[in-house]
Design a protein around this ligand. Structure first.
Ligand SMILES: Cc1cc2nc3c(=O)[nH]c(=O)nc-3n(C[C@H](O)[C@H](O)[C@H](O)COP(=O)(O)OP(=O)(O)OC[C@H]3O[C@@H](n4cnc5c(N)ncnc54)[C@H](O)[C@@H]3O)c2cc1C
Length: 544
């Protein structure tokens, strides 16, 4: 455990003497400095009369592979990653899947694929939670956004702390992918979140001048000079302390405590937040008993409703030596350092298409994500040569899983492909990716299938391949569901039901996964949470 306060550019480690003199009671305690936690630390400390502590299990984000956009797969399974593994997945032939999650300032926004995408109107309207319709959350997206390179159709905000850019050096194969989508009759979009929502576009990325722009960059660094904000790194919170039905503090490490005067906000992510609630005795009594934890407050929905996107990838050899496989060269490194351009500024997922598999779908139900490189085994297997990947994802899967305890052990069970509908939709999605790979536009870049991808003919063969080789798209959500029904963990103001002074504000509160990527919605949730907290739960129009 290290107590540290971050100076503007570096983590300052305090001596035990200074530690003794540090404040141990705050108005607000935010747990987890990820996509959401950094937003709350900033917004709550805007009021100089309020004291805020931000507690993060990981350490500094001053790391080349974090700042350099293409570096993030190198962080997988390192100290910057929680390196979770799911339980055996029956729907995936008993395979256990790797789940990367950021354990560092910025959380998963420090090692994600940098795609900024809000999702669809119908996603939020379908949440069916008062105050969270698309029209009501839109101003919070816009408050966060600052579209660089011109907001082409006025979609994105232009003055917020999160920089959203075009890729500086898109790969030539990415334009070929976009032309392939056009060849199939799909629509080229100005912006993926723009008014026309079915179609394809290059990715808009959270980057500034060719570098990653995480939540820590956008929200935490600008707030660090504030004397009322204390950031503690390498502090793993073990439980929330509840007395008389009210959260009064948190405990970490060897029974160290931080007391809170007003509220604790859990921003530990879709795995960390329900886990902390359970460790604090808040959850389904059956689950708590299995973990040997005394039941303090019965809340059966904690850890349930787990959802994720599953990706099945068409991976092919590329006969031309133009893909990101060439990124590991002195030439590309020099380009990055000297001009902040070149292959190292790629986010990997350079373009995407959102398409409907049938006319009855209220919005696109499949995403095809294009990477100008082979992405095999979560990027952990070195590719045998140049290649391309088209990842196919069903955007609104039916399967629901859970997070639970088995003694001290955490079990993650997303229950992938646990419904027949999900299996055949995934087959349909993969067939679309195969159609794109077979277009004339991509012809000169597409060679033979690259192992373990293999072309299959029948739907049954494809389903079999999907079970053998699909991987997570890294979007777990839903484990502290927001809503009003029995299984809801938080109410529409993100307050933990039945416990005073405790909220959850991160990806875990989404009632249903959105059709898109989950960083932008998480930032939006945190922006709205800050307003709800400041207004004592009463909604108001956000100031953008
Ligand atoms: C490899 C990868 C690629 C992705 N690509 C994209 C993408 O391109 N676009 C997109 O929109 N989304 C992407 N995502 C998903 C997106 O990044 C996440 O949905 C989002 O960051 C979740 O935010 P969060 O605040 O809920 O959790 P996180 O950002 O994960 O933050 C949780 C924080 O809490 C800390 N924490 C946890 N437990 C404790 C504890 N007990 N005590 C103290 N601290 C604790 C963690 O260390 C972490 O810093 C990707 C995710 C990954 C992993």
């Amino acid at each position: 455990m290290t107590w540290s306060t971050i100076a503007e550019t570096s983590v300052m480690r305090l001596s035990p003497d200074k530690r003794k003199g540090m404040r141990t009671e705050f108005d607000y305690v935010v747990v987890g400095a990820g996509s959401a936690g950094c937003v709350l630390a900033n917004r709550l400390s805007e009021d100089p009369t309020t004291t805020v502590a931000l507690l993060e299990s990981g350490g500094s984000d001053r790391k080349f592979e974090i700042k350099m956009p293409l570096g993030y797969p190198k962080l997988f399974k390192t100290e910057y990653d929680w390196n979770f593994t799911t339980g055996k997945q029956v729907g995936l032939h008993d395979r256990k899947l790797y789940w990367p999650r950021g354990r560092v300032l910025g959380g998963s926004s420090s090692l994600n694929g940098q795609i900024w995408m809000r999702g669809y109107r119908t996603d939020y309207d379908d949440w069916n939670v008062p105050g969270w319709s698309y029209d009501e959350v839109l101003p919070y997206f816009q408050r966060a956004e600052q579209r660089l390179d011109g907001s082409r159709d006025g979609t994105y905000g232009t003055t917020g702390p999160i920089y959203i850019s075009d890729l500086r050096s898109p790969n030539p194969t990415t334009e070929a992918f976009l032309q392939a989508c056009a060849e199939l009759g799909w629509t080229r979009l100005e912006e993926i979140d723009g008014p026309d929502r079915d179609g394809f576009a290059p990715a808009a990325v959270t980057q500034r001048r060719g570098r990653r722009w995480s939540s820590a960059d956008a929200y935490l660094r600008p707030a660090l000079r504030r004397r009322n904000l204390t950031v503690l790194t390498n502090v793993s919170v073990t439980r929330v302390l509840v007395e008389g039905g009210r959260a009064v503090g948190v405990e970490y490490g060897d029974a160290h405590r931080v007391a809170v005067r007003k509220e604790i906000i859990l921003c530990a992510g879709a795995i960390g937040s329900p886990q902390l609630l359970m460790f604090s005795g808040i959850g389904d009594p059956e689950d708590l008993n299995a973990g040997g934890i005394e039941v303090l407050h019965r809340l059966p929905g904690v850890g349930k409703n787990l959802q994720d996107h599953l990706a099945s990838c068409v991976v092919v050899h590329c006969p031309l030596p133009v893909t990101l496989v060439a990124a590991r060269s002195i030439h590309q490194l020099a380009r990055f350092f000297l001009t902040r351009t070149g292959m190292l500024t790629s986010n990997l997922g350079e373009a995407m298409a959102f398409v409907r598999t049938g006319p009855d779908e209220p919005a696109p139900d499949v995403e095809l994500l294009f990477a100008p490189a082979p992405f095999i085994d979560d990027g952990q297997t070195p590719p045998p040569g140049h290649g391309l990947t088209i990842g196919a994802t069903v955007l609104r899967p039916e399967s629901r899983g859970r997070i639970m305890l088995n003694g001290p052990e955490l079990i993650i069970d997303p229950c992938y492909l646990s419904t027949e509908t999900d299996v055949w939709r995934q087959v349909g999605a993969l067939r679309l990716a195969m159609r794109v790979a077979a277009t004339d536009a991509l012809k000169s870049y597409v060679g033979k299938p690259m192992e373990p991808y293999r072309v299959a003919d029948t739907d049954e063969e494809l389903a079999e391949w999907i079970r053998e080789h699909s991987q997570s798209a890294y979007h777990p959500v839903g484990t502290c569901k927001m809503g009003q029904e029995d299984y809801a963990v938080v109410d529409s103001s993100l307050r933990v039901r039945g416990v005073k002074g405790l909220r959850v504000a991160d990806a875990s509160v989404m009632p249903n996964i959105i059709r898109g990527h989950t960083h932008a919605p998480t930032v939006m949730i945190a922006e709205k949470a800050a307003d709800l907290i400041k207004m004592g739960g009463r909604p108001r129009r956000p100031q953008c």
